[in-house]
Design a protein. Sequence first.
Length: 168
Amino acid sequence: MQFKKIDKQTYRSRLNRIIVACIVSLAGLSLLVSQVLIVRFPSESGSHFHWNLLGVIVGALVVVSVLLKFKNHPKMEEVAYVWDLKHQLNLIYRKNRKLLAEAKAGNPQAMLALQYSYEGSRQLWQLDDNSITMDSLNKAQNQLDEWVDQYGVVLDVSEYRQELLKQF
């Protein structure tokens, strides 16, 4: 996955609209399904917890399926990109300990994965106005830069592929 330039205002605006639409849809569908089930299959005890729970589950499944169906829609481009980027960063994070050990030992593939992670994290944190953890990111980037200089490695994040994580 390659990095894209994302307009922060457009991203935030579309993300907020999607969140509101999901909340409204989930609430409406949950109530609709549970009320239909309660009317069709009333409980003698007066407890309708299971029908309410089923309504929430059905509503969530419908909302998720609609999101997946429209993931490639132009109005979802920025949000879908951020979701995919977060997925890639999570895959790298799961291997972070091994990647750091390998990068310290001079493995250029590990350094490339770490560089991708740092650049992706920086982009995400800037989109979300998360400046609190930027210091730790800068320290990690400085450490990686030292290893890159020490081993004479040239890193190009456009060469990063998810498949390279399989070796770690």
